[in-house]
Write a protein that binds this ligand. Structure first.
Ligand code: SF4
Length: 527
């Protein structure tokens, strides 16, 4: 376009110019300002790039906003600016105008950035991932190996990790620093509830934090027996139509294939089924479960869980997946496991080959449970990467737990960290009301809603999990499913059949208490 051709500005640039040329106040530009603007103008005129033009206009807008100076007072004519605006629109592949970019897009981006500043400033301290804390974890590992007399071979093998698993409080106290009162309370509670941490998982506990999120998940506290209330078994007889089978939905069933786990969680929904005694199930039991699936042709998706599906020996896992693959109407399988988090040494070539072979026949998804970014280390990340390369998807089902992931910063960090570790955030469960053993870890439904809703527009859409209450099936805690509230109970509606249920919310007084878990025994020296 020649310099005599009239330029037509788009509406964004018209508005932007109107604002820029509106004189405000009677200050004048300093020599320094004039020189700086002249330099920007020269770069904008001589370079065939949009960047210098944007820089010039952004600087003009900044000075105008702060001092009310017009471009003319800074040594630029309107015609020069129109020429530069025209040059910008021509250079940009999508014809974005300088008014759109500087007047609209950059302020929108600045506002968006301001929404995450707080998170970016706090996450590494408030919710360090196991990758960020790796140096401290490695120091823990060296100490634990030495105390437990483990060789490198022991440490790096699944069998070595299980052989040296920490199952009593004296062994625990020898590898992590626990106040004497806490040791006595753990001794008392472990007479009723089982404790087992693999040495690897114990190494993730960071020192000097009374309620470390890994410690809280793995080591039972006295509240498990002292909390008031009566346990309501989560999966009662009325949801088990056949041996080893649970069924809530027409096309999905669960096979509870084992009652064993590599570690036992203090918030376990299946606390009634696991823990007391490891049990190997008979082939007859599996046979009856498979017969039920064979006899119900509407079933298309089978979840193999436990306990933990990866506790099954390879030969058993291979056989079970093969049997499921041979049933024509079974189209998908899921495996529920926390082992890549608690004992990633289990994930070796033989296991990966079994997963891949079954996935080749029909899709396999691995469903795991990671509750805090601290559980993701370079080792567990490598395990998840390897699994995700062999199956259809690896998905996470977190549980919302007080002190572990019940803030925006902690939950955002969890979801972003697992996504970067090849795991898709899938569900966040409100911690069950059925077990008094973990009342002290429950979080009010509304707190979870605020946390999950804070993610929209701020982190990647596929890093945002669905927030779920388990109340005879999984009820999404969207506002449309919540009908009301009475006496601390939420009235909810199952979206699939409109059945109404009462869901006891977390007790607000209990949630406000800060002296829970191990915080009752010592004061933090590190936050
Ligand atoms: S791994 Fe799962 S089944 Fe096992 S104790 Fe933890 S929550 Fe329960």
């Amino acid at each position: 376009m020649s310099s005599t051709t009239p330029h037509v500005l788009d509406s964004f640039t018209e508005v932007f110019f109107e604002d820029l040329f509106m004189a405000e106040g009677d200050t004048s530009a300093s020599e320094v300002q004039l020189a700086a603007v002249a330099e920007l103008k020269d770069a904008a005129l001589t370079q065939d790039r949009t960047g210098p033009i944007v820089e010039l206009f952004a600087e003009l807008a900044r000075i105008h906003g702060e001092q009310g100076l017009t471009p003319e007072q800074l040594g630029l004519t309107r015609e020069e600016l129109v020429t530069l605006a025209d040059k910008h629109a021509k250079l940009d592949e999508h014809g974005v105008t300088v008014g759109g970019r500087v007047g609209k897009a950059l302020p929108i981006v600045a506002e968006a950035k301001s929404r995450i500043t707080d998170y970016l400033e706090r996450h590494a301290v408030e919710a360090p991932s196991g990758i960020e804390a790796w140096e401290r974890i490695q120091e823990n590992q060296a100490r634990i190996k030495r105390v437990l007399g483990m060789t490198d071979e022991d440490w790096n093998s699944y069998s070595g990790q299980l052989r040296h698993a920490v199952e009593d409080v004296d062994a625990l106290a020898s590898i992590i620093d626990l106040p004497a009162k806490a040791v006595e309370e753990v001794r008392r509670v472990t007479q009723t509830y089982r404790m087992r941490l693999t040495p690897y998982y114990a190494s993730l506990i960071l020192p000097n934090r009374s309620n470390d999120p890994v410690l809280l998940q793995a080591v039972p506290t006295a509240e498990m027996i002292d909390n008031a209330g009566v346990e309501i078994p989560p999966v009662a007889a009325d949801h088990s139509p056949a041996r080893l089978i649970d069924q809530f939905y027409p096309r999905v069933v669960t096979i509870k294939a084992t009652n064993m786990c590599a570690m036992y969680c203090t918030h376990c929904l299946r606390i009634a089924h696991i823990g007391a005694k490891d049990r190997i199930y008979s082939k007859e039991a599996y046979g009856e479960a498979l017969d039920y699936i064979r006899g119900n042709p509407e079933i298309r998706d089978v979840l193999v869980t436990g306990g933990d599906a990866f506790v099954l020996p390879n030969s058993m896992l291979e056989w079970l997946l093969g049997e499921l693959d041979s049933i024509e109407h079974v189209r998908m399988k899921r495996l529920g496991t926390r082992i890549p988090v608690t004992t990633p040494q289990r994930v070796d070539g033989a296991l990966l080959d079994i997963l891949e072979a079954s996935n080749e026949r029909k899709p396999v998804r691995v469903v795991t449970q990671i509750n805090t970014a601290q559980e993701i280390t370079p080792v567990s990340k490598a395990a998840f990467k390897a699994i995700s390369g062999r199956v259809m998807a690896v998905m996470n089902q977190a549980v919302l737990l007080k002190g572990i992931n019940d803030t925006k910063v902690k939950m955002w960090k969890l979801c972003e960290t697992i996504q970067e570790s090849y795991v898709r955030p899938y569900y966040v469960f409100n911690c069950s009301y059925r077990n008094p053993q973990f009342t002290h870890l429950r979080v009010p439904v509304a707190t979870g809603q605020e946390i999950i809703e804070s993610m929209y527009g701020n982190i990647s859409g596929d890093a945002i999990p669905r927030y779920i209450a388990t109340a005879g099936g999984k009820i999404p805690l969207h506002k449309t499913n919540l009908l009301g509230r009475k006496d601390g109970n939420l009235r909810m509606q199952k979206p699939w059949n409109e059945e109404r249920v009462m869901y006891p919310d977390a007790d607000p007084g209990e949630y406000a208490r800060q002296d829970f878990g191990f915080a009752r025994y010592r004061v933090d020296t590190e936050k």
